[in-house]
Design a protein around this ligand. Sequence first.
Ligand SMILES: *Cc1c(COP(=O)(O)O)cnc(C)c1O
Ligand code: SF4
Length: 460
Amino acid sequence: MAVTQSYPGLATTHGRPINATPAFKVFTRKDIDNITPLRRLTIQHRQAMKAVSAVLPFRVNNYVIDELIDWNNIPDDPIYQLTFPQPEMLRKADFDHMYTLVAKDAPADEIKVAARAIQAKLNPHPAGQLELNVPRDGDEPIPGLQHKYRETVLFFPAAGQTCHAYCTYCFRWAQFVGIDELKMASKQADQLVAYVKAHPEVRSILFTGGDPLVMKSKVLRRYIEPLLAPELSHLESIRIGSKAPAYWPYKFVTDDDSDDLLSLFDDVVESGRNLALMAHFTHPRELETQVAREAIRRVRSTGAVVRCQAPIVRHVNDSPEVWSRMWTEEVKLGAVPYYMFVERDTGAKHYFALPLERALNIYNEAFQKVSGLARTVRGPSMSASPGKVLVDGVAEVGGEKVFVLKMLQGRDPSWAGKVFFAKFDDQANWLNDLKPAFGASSFFFEAPMEQMKPRQLPTN
Ligand SMILES: *Cc1c(COP(=O)(O)O)cnc(C)c1O
Ligand code: SF4
């Protein structure tokens, strides 16, 4: 139930007041019967939801339910598809098995065991995430830190390993189901600062998760403030990857710590660094509410930049109109379109995946519709094991139809900008489905990747 509250401290330098805001109310699997609009579904349908959400994490909140989903358009509504579990997200045999257990009211333990078995088949740690990217300090891996590209460190704050709602396509779900015990934020922050001090090649830190903005602003400050020290002048930018502008924009507007958050952004900007809010917007609907627009306006008022990125997935945003509308809205709000990602090879991939050729066509058609200001976007891009690989186009070269690919970011820094070719394949969904063109026996990165492998890696 939505409780209204007023926020007297709101009329700050950052913006005009929004008088009432709903209290954050979260719904997970155990609340499925208490989500009012779901009562229009049959019991079987809700049981199906419980079956799927035992395997893939489900979490939604009152803003998503009340403001983003058009309940007259389910199940096709894109935000409903984005957040609510659908039967086809599991393979049929797996779904049937889970459904039978839920329908006969099997004990929780039995459901959990069956769910774990299915989860294990869903490639929970794609693209060598675990083995290759964790930096070691002597012999100890540094928890929460990944250093894959020379200039950029990815940091996962322990207290930010959840989100205001979960995306059904998320590849981070393995972190959400059975999360390890949380570590102390300040200890982790010390390790981060020590690491950046010792690594002058690091120019940018990307806070990611989960969603770092589920943290209270004073906890986030504990991580970020030490990074602003003058000894770390090689650090040029701090980025925060977040879906809060889409799932809980009140975080920037009316939450009791929203002014603190903006002050922290002010401090980063004042330290002479770039602060980028890497906003995850999946669908233009998420940009249409007044509070989302106010959130972007307030973030920008600190001098921070809002850059936008999302994967392209079936059922949610697989049309050129959706992307051109989204990029156009972003530009109107002063945000910068940054990446269109190809969904990774994990989770409910069979439900969401679309061929690279289709993603490229949608990208190009959307790109043709927008002005140059929206053409800052790059994609479709695969975050694969060797690096970020852009599907730049399809061409015919010497009678052979090929994908033109470009490495945007490479595990080896000298790979960035390299163009290479793969045989055209209208069924390929990911880099590991592609074969080198022109009779080559391997892609340029394969042999050097072999050298880097400390252990066996997945082949994507
Ligand atoms: C995308 C990404 C980054 C950031 O790359 P930029 O090209 O600087 O945006 C950093 N680390 C990892 C692992 C990434 O996937
Ligand atoms: S907001 Fe990001 S991390 Fe959270 S569920 Fe969505 S994709 Fe995953």
